[in-house]
Design a binder for this molecule. Structure first.
Ligand SMILES: NC(=O)c1ccc[n+]([C@@H]2O[C@H](COP(=O)([O-])OP(=O)(O)OC[C@H]3O[C@@H](n4cnc5c(N)ncnc54)[C@H](OP(=O)(O)O)[C@@H]3O)[C@@H](O)[C@H]2O)c1
Length: 214
């Protein structure tokens, strides 16, 4: 499948590598066509790189792995015509580091970044997923032993099914994939990142995840 990954940071490159490793045809997108991290990634993994618009045009599925405070700008640069009808997997968190560490959560007017993107691009099929764990775990859930969860929410059931298939290809099981319903659930999932940051500092590891017992 053709996949466009928007974001050249650790998350974008991690997901792009995982997807390319599974045989997908991946374009890694950046603000600029000549981003060195993206070019290096493409050389190493046999993928493509380009602008956000290039990546979005390429992808049948789009991954948003940009900072939550700039995701709207990144998707505007990607272009609504390149997003229409496509699944947009939103991995972002609206973390504000402007006052140092620990970060604060900057809640968008829409309630969450996921909803902000969905409102701005009504033709896209936004699914929030994978934002509550370190990037190493996203493509390799077995790094944390036992039962733990990946949260998914979105307004389009078939888009969520496509994302569940992608997650399963990374090794997530049906039991681990917890569908929280409509996209407004992102209002409760995005703030979990603050707890994640605290837990990671307390436990001195990034190899941790949320496990819901019920
Ligand atoms: N780090 C993790 O393990 C982790 C885990 C879960 C969720 N997340 C979330 O995943 C997202 C990506 O995190 P990250 O650490 O990989 O990368 P990041 O540093 O948060 O974002 C990097 C991307 O943001 C783009 N960007 C920066 N400023 C921009 C602007 N003004 N307008 C448009 N785009 C801009 C960059 O463009 P260029 O390519 O042009 O530089 C780059 O592609 C974040 O929302 C983060 O909260 C991270």
């Amino acid at each position: 499948m053709k996949i466009g990954v928007l974001g050249t940071g650790d998350v974008g490159r991690r997901l792009a590598s995982g997807l390319a490793g599974l045989g997908h045809d991946v374009t890694l997108g950046s603000r600029t066509a000549d981003n060195p991290a993206a070019a290096g990634w493409a050389r190493e993994h046999g993928g493509h790189h380009g602008t956000f618009a290039d990546a979005a045009a390429h992808g049948e599925i789009i991954v948003n792995a940009t900072g939550g405070l700039v995701s709207l700008d990144a998707l505007k640069a990607a272009g609504s015509a390149n997003l229409d009808g496509k699944v947009v997997v939103d991995v972002s968190n609206p973390l504000d580091f402007s006052q140092g560490f620990p970060p604060r959560l900057a809640v968008p007017e829409a309630g969450s970044v996921g909803e902000q993107l969905q409102q701005a691009f009504p033709g896209a099929r936004v699914v929030k997923a994978l934002n509550t764990m370190h990037n190493t775990l996203m493509t390799d859930p077995a790094r944390v032993a036992g039962q733990h969860n990946v949260f998914v929410c979105g307004d389009d059931a078939s888009a969520k099914a496509d994302v569940a298939d992608l997650l399963k290809s990374f090794g997530w099981t049906d039991r681990q994939i917890l569908d929280l319903g409509v996209l407004s659930a992102a209002r409760s999932v995005e703030p979990l990142v603050l707890l994640w940051v605290t837990l990671s500092g307390t436990l001195q590891t990034t190899e941790l995840n949320f496990a819901i017992i019920h």
